[in-house]
Design a protein around this ligand. Structure first.
Ligand code: NAD
Length: 361
């Protein structure tokens, strides 16, 4: 099915409003989930609505929560998200980091115990829009989904990593990915009838590589939602030993150093931990010079001959911008299965999904 971004956003906002989230929080959840769909990361978009509602009801996420500063000085803040929605406590932490960096040129923010922070590139984009370079190491306490290089057992979360690099007068470069071969949400999208996984994204307990979502979720159907606790296999870390090593460091930085907790059986509750660095380019030298050098380099980078006929070299963030422009124009596509489960959740909280026009059923 296909729906206009604005109508989808209104539906999601109304679902969370009906669930008791404040107008501001409902608006933020809807905005950031739909923006993930616009960026082409459907795994971190509105497909999460049923799970967010379930987690809010079970007490995993706390609605209308605000972040609390645990420790701070001029260049550092430890921020406790107190299990609030990531769409609320995430931007709060980014604002704290940007404010401190504006004074001293750079700052580190350790955010612990945040609800799901969604697409991490969103936070790099927020800093980039304000002209700041940022680096984010993230992990998920309470999650074990990924096998380390050389192993078959789940020992890591999908631990995402993101860097934002703004250049005055041009679009920023935004690198943003899970350190697993695919984000868990992409396995969910595949299980829900969406885009198939690349071959070898998952690993069976006996070491066989596969792309079958049942490896992660075990049995599921229309009545039984895919649940990673039911599967016996794991997602693989990306990039062999290098990706596995980066994931390991995301666990240590995002989980141990922030105080949020690393992946593992001792962490029963979902929490994103995020260690973020914020830098103000003008403290490093003349802003025009750095932006000009970055632009010169990007031109050189992109000037490589394509590996395949008709191909092209893109910089990080470019695919998302293109998808956004296309989806804002033509609408956001959703697998029927995902749409049905969003509508079911809407009805459950007393919102009639029929009130929101769709472009194509
Ligand atoms: P992905 O594999 O699609 O990689 C995306 C990155 O690669 C982007 O920076 C993009 O610009 C770049 N890219 C893609 N195609 C490119 C090309 N052809 N040329 C150059 N660059 C290209 O992303 P993913 O690993 O599936 O992650 C999806 C999302 O999931 C991310 O937004 C991530 O933050 C999010 N995530 C969140 C959590 C969480 O706990 N909150 C956990 C895991 C992942």
């Amino acid at each position: 099915m296909l729906i206009k971004a604005d109508d989808l956003q209104a539906l999601v906002r109304d679902v969370f409003r009906a669930e008791g989230c404040s107008d501001a929080e409902s608006g933020r959840i809807a905005l950031y989930l739909v923006r993930a769909n616009l960026a082409g990361h459907d795994s971190h978009g509105v497909i999460r609505v049923p799970r967010y509602v379930a987690w809010e009801r079970s007490g995993e996420f706390v609605k209308n929560q605000t972040a609390e500063i645990v420790t701070e000085n001029d260049s550092l803040a430890v921020v406790d998200g107190r299990f609030g929605f990531g769409q609320s406590v995430g931007p709060e932490a980014v604002q704290i980091g940007m404010k401190k960096a504006a004074k001293s040129g750079a700052c580190v923010v350790a955010l612990r115990s945040a609800g799901h922070l969604g697409r991490i590139g969103e936070w790099a984009e927020m800093a980039a829009e304000a002209g700041l370079v940022s680096v984010h190491f993230v992990n998920v306490a309470g999650s074990q989904l990924v096998a380390p290089f050389g192993g078959v057992d789940r020992r890591l979360s999908t631990a995402p990593f993101s860097i934002g690099f703004p250049m005055r007068g041009s679009d920023p470069a935004i690198l943003d990915f899970a350190t697993s071969a695919v984000a868990e949400g992409k396995v969910l999208v595949a299980a829900r009838g969406g885009k198939k996984l690349p071959e070898g994204a998952l690993i069976e307990p006996d070491g066989r590589l596969t792309a079958d979502p049942h490896t992660l979720y075990g049995d599921y159907d229309d009545d039984r939602a895919p649940d990673a606790r039911n599967g016996k296999g794991a997602i693989r870390a990306f990039g062999e030993h290098k990706g596995s090593g980066l994931a390991f460091m995301c666990e240590l930085l995002g989980g141990a150093l922030t105080g949020s907790g690393c992946a593992g059986p001792g962490q029963p509750r979902f929490a994103n931990g995020m260690l973020s660095f914020y830098m103000v380019p003008s403290f490093f030298g003349p802003e025009e010079a750095y932006a000009a050098e970055a632009r010169r380099y990007i031109e050189f980078f992109k000037s490589s001959r394509a590996a395949e006929p008709g191909g092209e070299v893109l910089i990080p963030g470019e695919p998302e911008r293109r998808t956004k422009a296309e989806r804002l124009k033509n609408g956001v596509p959703l697998p029927d299965d995902a749409w049905r489960s969003i509508c079911a959740t809407a009805r459950e909280v007393g919102v009639d999904p029929e009130r929101y026009p769709v472009l194509q059923g």
